[in-house]
Design a protein around this ligand. Structure first.
Ligand code: FAD
Length: 495
């Protein structure tokens, strides 16, 4: 049997280096890894907010957290603060934590909702440690990972950090522009990448990490694309970096505006800012004006203008090519899911790495699993636009009135009527994420699980007071986030 042992990574953005570093570290000399990238083309240059599974990814690769945070100027992240999504003036927080205490038969929201009926009007937020800590700008590592967190980081620096690791582990980096992709006349598989320099890079398995260009998976193999822009109509963004004007907080902000939203992501040394908008309802000049008039602090770079369309590559693995990163599809960064999808693709590929001939069963399994991840994330993002009382602009009226996928409609209506949410097939966003966002966007369930009524008012009151008290006492004992980051990374206090 001919062994599959030459892996070629096309592209060296976050996706390319996350893939190369993980494969080289996990498989060592069992495979050879080459990565081609072009400094002249560069990377997309955005992507700063992440979600908790990245912590596990880094641990899997044996990365020292403090070293990684120093290298990427990272801060800790406990969730996202959403401004103005429900009616233009509201705020809610989607945290990475759990809220209150679930019973096996019913989530805490049922007890909270029944409590509301009985006159206990304490906010649902008060029972979530990560949320209260974030809003108090506090953070610490707690024993047994009791505080669930992610990072806000400079993804360019992350790629650089991983590059050093990958090269140390034997990855060969080739600088140059891929001018042509050669296909095998018989199998239609990719045989080699031809560079401007004349060099040809042959391989058995090719990872397309060429970003929005999708040079291999689409350019050469025409894997097809599913368009989701009718559900996620934002199609443009402008990113800009500014100096920090305040100590970094452990959360990202997503501030809605009349045709999309803006992000604010505090790193150690600067702040990432950007505006996401729908070009049907806002032009580039208006978007830039809005961004520049709302950012704080001196700008550090020229604005970076980006165009995109929500959707996914129909086949993420096709023949001997796997799309990783933006080449596999894109959904706006509202819940910071792109780097996560890179991680999922890379780990999934390592699990399914062929020994010799590629099995079509592996390919089908990979594609099903990767697409399931993307569809679940898609539904979760669409939720933020669909469930809103905003009708103050054509953009929001479009979102409010649009038809949504049946899978999402079922989830929304089930929650609205019964307060129930179910996490299916290990989906990324668990029950508490759905509950926080659905309530934050304006749904109060009409009913609750009957088990909540088992508790007499007195006991219910004791339960609520005990849980909230535990959260507030824990938060009171936590250090300030900015000071903790500086201490942990051994750097002088950030601004
Ligand atoms: P790129 O960074 O574009 O890298 C492509 C690589 O391919 C480069 O090295 C380039 O040189 C190389 N290349 C291309 N063509 C050729 C060629 N012909 N020859 C040789 N090399 C070539 N994700 C998050 O998780 N969190 C966020 O907060 C977030 N925010 C985002 C905001 C915006 C506005 C956008 C658009 C994306 C955001 N993302 C975010 C997504 C994130 O930026 C990407 O998922 C991540 O950077 C990975 O990009 P990539 O490596 O696939 O592509």
């Amino acid at each position: 049997m001919k062994r599959l042992n030459r892996i070629v990574v096309a592209g060296g953005g976050t996706a390319g280096w996350m893939a190369a570093a993980a494969i080289a570290r996990t498989l060592g000399k069992a495979v050879s890894v080459s990565l081609v990238e072009s400094e002249a083309i560069g990377t997309v240059g955005v992507g700063e907010s992440t979600i908790p599974p990245l912590v596990a990814y880094n641990r899997l690769l044996g990365i020292n957290e403090a070293e990684f945070m120093r290298a990427t100027q990272a801060t800790f992240k406990l969730g996202i603060l959403f401004d103005g999504w429900r009616d233009g003036t509201d705020r809610y927080f989607h945290s990475f934590g759990l809220t209150g205490k679930d019973h096996w038969s019913a989530g805490f929201q049922h007890f909270w909702r029944y409590g509301l009926e009985r006159g206990f009007d304490r906010s649902y937020d008060d029972y979530c440690l990560e949320l209260v800590a974030a809003m108090s700008a506090k953070f610490a590592h707690l024993p047994d990972d009791r505080m669930n967190y992610a990072y806000q980081l400079d993804s360019g620096l992350y790629a650089k950090f991983l590059r050093a690791m990958a090269e140390k582990d034997g990855t060969r980096r080739v600088e140059g522009r891929i001018a042509r992709v050669e296909l095998d006349g018989e199998t239609g598989h990719i045989a080699a990448l031809h560079l401007d320099s004349g060099e040809a890079i042959e391989g058995d398995l090719f990872l397309d990490c060429t970003g929005f260009r999708a040079l291999l998976i689409e350019g050469a193999l025409h894997a097809g694309h599913d368009d989701w822009t009718h559900w996620l109509p934002c199609d443009a963004a402008i990113a800009i970096q500014t100096e920090s004007v305040a100590p970094p907080v452990p959360y990202t902000r997503a501030i809605a505006h009349e045709a999309g939203w803006q992000w604010r992501i505090p790193l150690q040394h600067r702040r990432g800012n950007g505006i996401v908008y729908c070009s049907r309802y806002m032009d580039k000049d208006a978007a830039l004006d809005r961004l520049l008039s709302t950012i704080e602090g001196k700008t550090l770079v020229e604005p970076n203008f980006l165009r995109f369309g929500a959707g996914a590559r129909r086949r993420q693995w096709h023949r001997n090519c796997i799309a990783v990163g933006l080449s596999g599809g894109f959904m706006e960064p509202l819940e910071s899911t792109s780097i996560h999808l890179i991680q999922r693709a890379v780990l999934r590929l390592i699990r399914m790495l062929p020994l010799g001939e590629i099995s079509e069963r592996d390919v089908a399994e990979f594609n099903d699993q990767q697409m399931a991840d993307m569809l679940q994330i898609r539904d979760f993002l669409v939720l933020h636009y669909k469930v809103t009382n905003r009708g103050d602009s054509p953009f929001w009226r479009y979102c409010r009135d649009m038809e949504v996928p049946d899978t999402l409609a079922q989830k929304i209506e089930l929650f609205r009527e019964t307060g129930r949410v179910f996490r299916r097939n290990e989906e990324l966003f668990a029950e508490n994420s759905w509950v926080q966002v659905m309530m934050g966007q304006g749904i109060t369930p009409a009913a609750w699980h009957p088990i909540a009524e088992k508790l007499p008012d007195e006991e219910l009151g004791r339960l609520f007071a005990g849980l909230a008290d535990q959260v507030s006492r824990t938060v009171a004992g936590l250090p300030e986030h900015a000071a903790y980051v500086a201490h942990y990374c051994g750097t002088p206090d950030s601004v």
